[in-house]
Design a protein around this ligand. Structure first.
Ligand SMILES: [Zn+2]
Length: 480
């Protein structure tokens, strides 16, 4: 029998506000344990929360960018559970009326993944299990950090769709500036809800949830593993249990953690210390006006205005950091803004050498540190035929790693092309004189002999002369 996988995702995204959601503590990543903590975010009785209005602003901006409706009146509820990373024994979140509802993200195949809702909430602290034997330590720096939880409908049908949805969502959130979305630092975490059903069936199967996946690769692997596990249990006549499972990325398997609590177990009720959140029309319009050009619109513009291939435009606009590198390179003053040939050339460099270097050095786009001016300078050196492409690639590796200035580097290492045709002619004449046998073979009609002579000439010029020029001069000398 054929099965269909049904996937819904809950994405937690840490907001880039300077202070926490209900107190003035810093949201800076890292810091000594419990150094970004006050009685409020440490859950002391008698403290009162005060909502950080920037969190609402950011939530509205994210909601608008994700095509959501904004709930003009929304509020906060307490979700009760006991766990040592949650000192107040409840998490302040939104349950009855979330800030944004009914959004969507469009995939490349035209499918719209519906976003059911986005709610604001506070993060929990962090438990450190392995610093001491027989002891677990609690670090509450993360407690009270502002989060958006973005809940999709179960609209995805494969690992590829799930990954594409997260990539698109991440790019949109990065563009709007609401979050840095660093998955490796936990500022974007994904819970995967998954079930399988016989192809063609309308009824949803039993659902399991895998929490806190923090890379695209682990999302893809977790979906593949878990859907195969579901099919296996069904085919063997077993019974799937609705539960939360832990994804172990090292083992490549999921493990049962605990049964899924029903909503009632949390005893949600409105937080009596937090008044309803009212959002005015002017606030919504201001947020709308503050939105930058979003990835999809930018991609279309790159295709129509700059003539970039759709694929390239998609890759570049798919990452805020690649997009910024591209635009900064094109904007460097030595070029006319967005000259089409420069744009194409810059795009080729990013699609080629930049991606190669990122992969080879396992660097994330946000960690690139070279000056876009240097990439522009390199493009100009190639366009002006001062260096050939092979040399340019080697120089770029130095730009990428050490932010060298290409022109200075080329000069220092004597990498410039020989453009003095007199010097080229002298060198080639010497090669012709030293290879009488090949010359006579060429004259008796052997094409291969010409290739050999071109090769020898290029070698004599250390590869630093324009190939066309070398061939032209060689033919002239041979015709004499
Ligand atoms: Zn605090």
């Amino acid at each position: 029998m054929h099965y269909e996988t049904v996937i819904g995702l809950e994405v937690h995204c840490e907001l880039a506000t300077k202070s926490k959601i209900f107190c003035g503590c810093s949201t800076k990543f890292g810091g000594a344990p419990n150094s970004h903590v006050c009685p409020g975010c440490a859950g002391f009785p008698g403290t009162l929360p005060v909502l950080n209005r920037s969190v609402v602003e950011y939530a509205v901006r994210a909601g608008l960018a994700l095509n959501c409706d904004i709930n003009r009146v929304n509020g906060f509820e307490r979700k009760h559970y006991f766990y040592p990373d949650l000192p107040g024994a409840y998490q302040v979140t939104q349950f009855f009326a979330p800030v944004c509802v009914n959004g969507s993200v469009e995939l490349a195949n035209g499918k719209r993944v519906a976003i059911k809702q986005i709610h604001m909430e506070e993060d929990a602290g962090k438990l450190v299990h392995d610093s001491f034997e027989d002891a677990t330590l609690a670090d509450y720096n993360r407690g009270g950090m502002p989060l958006l939880e973005i809940v999709s409908q179960p609209d995805m049908r494969s690992a590829a769709e799930a990954v594409e949805y997260v990539e698109k969502l991440k790019a949109i959130l990065e563009y709007t500036g609401v979050s840095d979305c660093k998955m490796q630092e936990g500022s974007l975490r994904v819970d995967v809800n998954l079930s399988v059903r016989p192809m063609g069936s309308e009824k949803l199967g039993v659902r399991t949830e895998m929490k806190n996946l923090n890379s695209m690769r682990s999302i893809a692997r977790a979906v593949a593993f878990e859907s195969a596990r579901h099919v296996e249990v069904i085919e063997e006549g077993g019974q799937l249990v609705q539960e939360t499972r832990r994804w172990d990325d090292d083992k490549g398997e999921s493990f049962a953690m605990r049964g899924k609590e029903n909503a009632q177990d949390y005893m949600y009720f409105p937080d009596p210390n937090l008044p309803p959140v009212m959002i005015g029309e002017e606030e919504i319009e201001a947020a709308r006006a503050s939105l930058p050009e979003l990835p999809e619109a930018k991609k279309q513009r790159y295709v129509t205005e700059l003539g970039l291939p759709e694929y390239d435009a998609g890759i570049i606009t798919g990452s805020k950091h690649l997009m910024e590198l591209f635009e900064a390179t094109c904007r460097v003053e030595i070029f006319d803004a967005f000259d089409k040939t420069v744009a194409k050339e810059a795009a080729n460099w990013i699609m080629g050498e930049v991606l190669n270097q990122l992969k080879a050095t396992q660097t994330l786009p946000e960690d690139m540190s070279f000056d876009p001016k240097h990439l522009a300078n390199l493009i100009r050196l190639v366009q002006g035929q001062q260096i050939n492409r092979g040399t340019a690639k080697k120089v770029f590796a130095e730009v990428f790693a050490h932010n060298v200035h290409p022109e200075a580097y080329v000069k220092e290492h004597n990498l410039a092309l020989v453009t003095d045709s007199g010097a080229i002619r002298d060198m080639i004449a010497k090669v012709v004189a030293e290879n009488e046998k090949s010359v006579s073979e060429y004259k008796s009609g052997k094409e291969k002999a010409l290739q050999f002579l071109i090769g020898q000439s290029m070698k004599a010029l250390r590869g630093q002369a324009p190939a066309q020029e070398v061939k032209k001069i060689l033919l002239e000398i041979l015709a004499e």
